[in-house]
Design a protein around this ligand. Structure first.
Ligand SMILES: NC(=O)c1ccc[n+]([C@@H]2O[C@H](COP(=O)([O-])OP(=O)(O)OC[C@H]3O[C@@H](n4cnc5c(N)ncnc54)[C@H](O)[C@@H]3O)[C@@H](O)[C@H]2O)c1
Ligand SMILES: O=C(O)[C@H](O)COP(=O)(O)O
Length: 528
């Protein structure tokens, strides 16, 4: 079966070459769809590739019955409802650094165009107006550039500005005075930056915290004649406040690549001669478009062929070497989750998972998510996957605690999962035995050695002579063949367990008959 990929924004044809070359993918390119058209089509697709144009809203995601992955060929994912994607188990990947250089170059081009009024002069000249008086600019040299958001693009811009012999002052929540020193920039708060700068450029994502970060109050603090660049996201600068600050003569220039509403509908700012603008072209170079499309294409291929991705936005990413170490445990963890969901009396309220042995030294989040997937699938069905397992755990009020210990009681690794419900606590521990695959090695406090596959019967009983025979006989009469059987007890004559693997699921009537045996306390059928 081929996977259906929809590309709904213009992507570089060279960039999607990996997808065209790989086996098993059918590509549909349909750009310029209305939200209604996208909503009608999206149900047919397993993957969606976009840039910033397509609005992947909750309404679209709710119609995307087969969608497993959304690839954003670029950085910003503010056009994708990440919460809705996560809830629906859809992984979102982006291309975090493919357009860094292009965006930084565009920022510098905008800064210089603004400082030297190049677009305005060109516009006059095109209208056959040889005007050498109206377009006197200012130099960058020895001026201070304030950079707000010193991430990938901000840092590249800062380095280039230093090449223009500018002083740079920056604010970023992750910036420390030491890091700033190493980069040769001054360190300051947003207020310090805004007060000190002759030119300001913003390079943050658009978040709740950064929306209108540059507002009327910030403009009040700025030096008269300040010039401002936004090649990050519309909305970081309050456009109304910018308009007022330009009109008031406080701001001498603005260079905007991005706008609060795109495509633009309100052209008021562009009527001001101080404003230069481009229609969101920061990443629009042949090089950047090829790299970002290659990056997301490769993640889509990886996802469908290996089940891994490099640049997930809604799942923490795990380095390749660590993934190689933990991936063999994925299946065991999912099965431990299913096992405990069947064994537990009621729905989970708290889950404690302990990683002992070598796994104590690595990132185990993906393993915990696989265990939760198995556990929650039993209550919530196949909608649960490793992307949304943690979301559903939170939604259902299940507390999840992870702990680690390097001591693994003779195993290379031992993973113990404890599930607490309103009616008690059940526990199971599993491991991978060298060359022999997955095993459950402990259930509650009883040692066992069970392959976690197929149909199992877990029987709690009193340790009395003849009980094992009676169970065997009864199952035989019911035509249920026992493949393996393990027994364990706390002490002679005390609490005991039987763990049977059987060749076909036992009928409820057989389970009822087993439960009626005098020594049997409880029979649980587990289907892995
Ligand atoms: N115009 C374009 O075509 C274009 C192209 C590429 C990227 N972008 C946009 O540029 C922005 C930056 O991209 P990037 O690749 O550098 O991202 P990045 O994640 O590397 O950097 C963003 C930085 O912003 C910082 N930040 C977050 N909240 C902040 C706050 N309240 N104040 C100050 N700093 C804050 C983060 O700590 C981070 O270092 C994104 O919004 C991206 O979408 C636009
Ligand atoms: O966030 C980004 O990567 C840029 O804004 C580029 O957006 P685009 O892919 O729509 O050009």
């Amino acid at each position: 079966m081929n996977y259906n990929i929809l590309i709904s924004d213009p992507l570089s044809e060279d960039g999607i070459y990996p997808l065209r070359q790989a086996d098993g993918f059918d590509i549909t390119i349909e750009t310029n769809m209305t939200p209604e058209q996208l909503g009608e089509r999206i149900g047919d697709f397993d993957a969606l590739l976009v840039r910033s144009q397509t609005q992947v809203t909750r309404a679209i995601i709710e119609k995307a019955k087969h969608l497993k992955i959304i690839g954003r060929a670029g950085v910003g994912v503010d056009n994708i409802d990440l919460e809705a994607a996560t809830e629906h188990g859809i992984i979102v990947v982006n291309a975090p650094d493919g357009n860094t250089n292009s965006a930084a170059e565009h920022t510098m081009a905008m800064l210089m165009s603004m400082a030297r009024k190049i677009p305005q002069a060109y516009y006059a000249l095109r209208n056959h107006n040889w005007d050498r008086k109206s377009f006197v600019g200012v130099e960058l040299k020895n001026k201070t550039l304030g950079v707000i958001g010193l991430g990938r693009i901000g840092a590249e811009v800062a380095a280039r500005a230093k090449g223009q012999r500018m002083n740079v002052i920056a604010y970023d929540p992750f910036l420390t005075p030491e890091k700033a020193d190493k980069m040769g920039v001054d360190f300051g708060s947003v207020e310090d930056v805004v007060r000190a700068a002759d030119f300001i450029t913003v390079h943050t994502p658009l978040l709740k915290e950064t929306r209108h970060l540059i507002n009327a109050k910030a403009f009040d603090m700025m030096k008269p004649g300040v010039q401002i660049v936004n090649c990050a996201r519309g909305g970081i600068i309050d456009e109304n406040a910018l308009y007022d600050a330009i009109k008031a003569g406080k701001v001498a220039g603005a260079a905007l690549d991005v706008f609060e509403q795109e495509p633009m509908v309100d052209f008021r700012l562009l009527d001001l001669p101080e404003v230069v603008a481009t229609p969101h072209l920061g990443a629009s170079t042949i090089e950047a478009q090829e790299i970002v499309a290659v990056d997301v294409s490769n993640d889509v291929i990886r996802y469908f062929t290996e089940g891994t991705v490099r640049n997930s936005v809604n799942l923490p990413s795990v380095p390749k070497e660590i993934m190689a170490q933990i991936e063999p445990y994925f299946d065991l963890l999912e099965r431990l989750g299913i096992f405990l969901a069947d064994l537990a009396d009621g729905t989970a309220q708290e889950v404690n998972i302990q990683y002992s042995g070598e796994l104590a030294n690595v990132e185990v989040g993906p393993l915990t998510r696989n265990m939760l997937k198995g556990l929650l699938k039993r209550y919530l069905g196949e909608i649960v996957n490793d992307v949304n397992a943690m979301y559903f755990a939170n939604l259902k009020g299940v507390t999840v605690n992870e702990s680690k210990s390097t001591a693994a009681k003779g195993f290379t690794n031992l993973i113990t999962v404890e599930v607490k419900t309103a009616n008690g606590t059940r526990k199971a521990a599993g491991t991978l035995l060298n060359g022999q695959g997955a095993r459950i090695v402990k259930v509650d406090d009883f040692l066992v050695d069970v392959v976690p596959k197929g149909n199992l019967l877990f029987i709690r009983h009193n340790d009395r002579p003849g009980v094992i025979g009676r169970v065997g006989t009864l199952l035989g009469q019911e035509n249920v063949n026992i493949a393996t059987m393990q027994v364990g007890r706390s002490n002679a004559g005390g609490d005991a367990i039987m763990m049977l693997s059987i060749d076909k699921p036992a009928e409820q009537s057989s389970l009822d008959q087993l439960t009626e045996l005098a020594e049997i306390e409880k029979v649980t059928a587990i289907n892995l």
